[in-house]
Write a protein that binds this ligand. Structure first.
Ligand code: NDP
Length: 248
């Protein structure tokens, strides 16, 4: 296949479902060799096979982004298999909203460790490869939850606002090396994200919200990632907000 991303390598975290899986498929269809990372190895293998059957190139690399040694191993395996990394998509995330007073502190810790520290750790590990290439690109998934605050989403929004702060500083740090940094802030997207909510009332409310509108699909957000990655080298798409039209 000939595509806009031919000859490039993309590493997508959280590629076992939702936005990450759609992004991996989209980038592979555009010609990128894709490394697929997340914890559910069976899901990654199924996706890698589907991408290969469509004429793409994919490698499943089961990884927990909160495990620093596993993250280093993920980067090493990607560069070994594909010769480098051009684009890192920090998509792995968990959303565990709850009222502050009854929130589970383990839920808070997991959101910080996956959404914020995971993004930071994976980015740190990938930077040498990204700098070594021909204009690397870091994409990070934040959320429009930081633009229009809702009750019960404070801890989640804190991690996603942290992602923006980290990305904005990183941009200033790596621009001289031709490395670009893009933050994508999606609105409600129909994925498995609500499935892990532990606060039952909140979980039901989120499911009702998603069902109440024509939510985005993972592919809609993947298209935004593809757009940022395929601009000419002198164009930096710093931030993209993509929301359901229905959300008003
Ligand atoms: P999904 O739950 O479908 O996908 C989340 C992905 O993150 C899964 O692949 C999951 O894989 C992975 N993940 C979770 N924990 C870890 C971990 N410790 N190590 C590695 N991977 C992990 O939800 P979405 O596709 O919706 O979420 C993708 C991103 O988009 C998240 O960062 C989310 O916050 C963000 N987002 C989503 C919105 C929405 O409305 N859906 C709106 C705004 C932002 P596994 O469990 O196999 O490890």
């Amino acid at each position: 296949a000939t595509g806009e991303l031919d000859g490039t390598v993309a590493l997508v975290t959280g590629a076992s479902s939702g936005i990450g899986a759609a992004t991996a498929e989209t980038l592979a269809a555009a010609g990128a060799d894709v490394a697929l990372a997340a914890r559910r190895a069976d899901r990654l293998e199924t996706l890698a096979t589907a991408i290969e059957n469509d004429g793409g190139t994919a490698l499943a690399i089961p990884t927990d982004v909160t495990d620093r040694a596993a993250v280093e191993e993920m980067i090493a395996r990607t560069t070994e298999a594909f010769g480098g990394i051009d684009a890192l998509v920090n998509n792995a995330g968990v959303m565990l909203p709850a009222p502050v007073e009854r929130a589970d502190r383990d839920d808070w810790r997991q959101m910080v460790e996956v959404n914020l520290l995971g993004t930071m750790t994976v980015t740190r590990a990938a930077l040498p490869a990204l700098r070594a290439g021909d204009g690397g690109h870091v994409v990070a998934l934040s959320s429009d939850a930081i633009q229009s605050p809702s009750a019960r989403f404070g801890a989640y929004a804190a991690t996603k606002a942290g992602v923006v702060a980290f990305a904005d500083s990183l941009r200033a740090e790596v621009a001289d090396d031709g490395v670009r940094v893009t933050v994508v802030e999606p609105g409600v997207t129909d994925t498995e994200l609500p499935d892990r909510i532990t606060d039952e009332g909140t979980k039901a409310d989120v499911e009702t919200l998603v069902a109440s509108m024509r939510a985005l699909d993972g592919e809609d957000v993947a298209a935004a990632v593809q757009y940022a990655l395929t601009r000419p080298a002198h164009v930096s798409v710093d931030q993209l907000t993509v929301r359901p039209t229905d959300a008003g």
